[in-house]
Design a protein around this ligand. Structure first.
Ligand code: ZN
Length: 277
């Protein structure tokens, strides 16, 4: 198995796989073809059964740029059809160029886009494979419009994607903070025994991570709402936050700042009556 990199949310994303009598279901494909190959080798150390499905929790590059490797190994892709993210706004060539700068050209060898779903899921879908039940559901667009969560009901194991990350500061720049709060209610109602977050270590107590994420989001909403109500411009509302780390777009400070910008706009829209709370 690939272990936690110990680098929290800035470390390698998480991926997982479920071995059933009828084949393997993989959840997420990591950030490059090279990482996809590492994942496939990790699977092969455990089982030689065919890889039948790859479920993508969302369409951020660090979770699906290794998908081509699993596809070549025979997997068909289950994903939400909505692939819109801020990262792809500059077009696919710009997205790949940016990503090559992050992981290096070598790690991207053999890359091609492979995140288009063979089996699209927009509400919920259930796989029954070799006696194992795997539920795949769109909980809402909290982290991104194409979010999916993967739930093993019998084992009470939840693959949360980036809805949850190790330190509780889930990104909402491609999603919506109120929507993410509703997703957290859904997830908490499932009472998972084990939660695999999108990045970082598996929490000892899932409810605690869900609670911490909720507290962070409601706190940020309250802070930004107060600023909007007092007519404080965004720039000044942001002044209380530590500066973003220039070269580390997903460091804690960078995430908190990027989320604050997004939530300020959300609160402004709610204040003007353009968005429902
Ligand atoms: Zn993400």
């Amino acid at each position: 198995m690939l272990g936690d990199t110990g680098r929290g949310v800035e470390g390698r994303p998480n991926a997982g796989f479920v071995v059933t009598a009828e084949g393997v279901v993989v959840i997420d494909a990591l950030a490059s073809p090279r990482q996809g190959e590492q994942l496939l080798r990790a699977i092969r150390r455990v089982t030689d059964r065919p890889v039948v499905w790859l479920v993508l929790t969302h369409h951020h590059p660090d979770h699906h740029f290794g998908a081509v490797v699993l596809r070549k190994a025979g997997a068909r892709v289950i994903a939400h059809p909505d692939k819109r993210t801020l990262a792809s706004e500059g077009g696919e060539d710009a997205l790949i160029a940016d990503w090559v700068r992050v992981v290096g050209l070598d790690a991207m060898r053999g890359f091609e886009f492979a995140d288009a779903p063979d089996r699209p899921v927009t509400a919920a879908d259930t796989l029954r494979l070799g006696g194992t039940t795997v539920v795949i559901a769109h909980p809402g667009g909290g982290h991104s419009p194409g979010d999916l969560i993967v739930w093993l009901p019998r084992e009470a194991v939840l693959f949360a994607g980036d809805v949850l990350v190790e330190d509780g500061v889930s990104m909402v720049v491609d999603g919506n903070s109120s929507e993410l709060l509703r997703v957290l209610d859904t997830v908490s109602g499932m009472r998972p025994r084990v939660v695999v977050p999108g990045h970082g270590a598996i929490p000892a107590r899932p409810a605690e991570l869900i609670g911490r994420t909720r507290d962070y989001l409601t706190g940020l909403q309250a802070e930004m709402r107060a600023a909007v109500e007092r007519g404080v411009p965004m720039r000044r509302a942001m002044a209380s936050l530590p500066p973003a780390d220039e070269t580390r777009p997903v460091s804690l400070n960078s995430r908190r700042r990027r989320n604050a910008v997004r939530v300020y706009v959300e609160e402004e829209r709610k204040y003007m009556g353009l968005e429902s709370p």
